[in-house]
Design a protein around this ligand. Sequence first.
Ligand SMILES: [Zn+2]
Length: 230
Amino acid sequence: MNFDYSVQFGNRKTFGIVIERDKSILVKVPKNAKNEKIDEFVNKNKYWIYKKLNNKQKYKDIPEKEFVSGSSILYLGRNYNLDIDSYNHEGIKFNGKFLLSKKERENVNKLFKKWFMQKSEEKIYPLVKVHAKNLGVEFNKVGIKDFKYRWGSCTPNNNLYFNWRLIKAPLSVINYVIIHELTHLLETNHTKRFWNIIKSQMPKYEEARNWLKDNGQVLEIEFESNQTRI
Ligand SMILES: [Zn+2]
């Protein structure tokens, strides 16, 4: 399950959730709130949020993927095949397809997370620099995180964090999330001005935003962890 929510840090002692008119979710938190606490709060209120959103779709568990040759893996918006061999090589090899040793079955999710996190650093950091320059903003630092319910975040100290699963999405979607978070350095709230700034950088940003709304869940699919051997 995924919520594309934004966080607003402020001078308050309690946590709160606001569903805005365009159905985007705003979580209001104290200035020093930790990411884990924010996720926990959203998680606790997920059914309330679903009800508020009038979501016709019921809460669904994320499907799992089978660890077999021919399984497809999403990376930068494209599906690549998984190939499993019997050799004793370490980690993941990628060369138009993903190659893994059969003996890595138990570690597969951990290995992919590590691989995707590394790719996120390689691809997202330079893009953040480019978009920051285009927007004329300065950020403090950028990092990749294991967020549960967010694609990106911008903290009160101007640090930017991105969900490692984002690297599975098409580049236009990644660019949208980066521009979105950087725009928060200019405008904290999702005001008309906020969306106008985004539009100036990415006229078709709504396509990317909708892609995330429709496909966000797909980015969370992992391999079955307790597959029984036959
Ligand atoms: Zn936002």
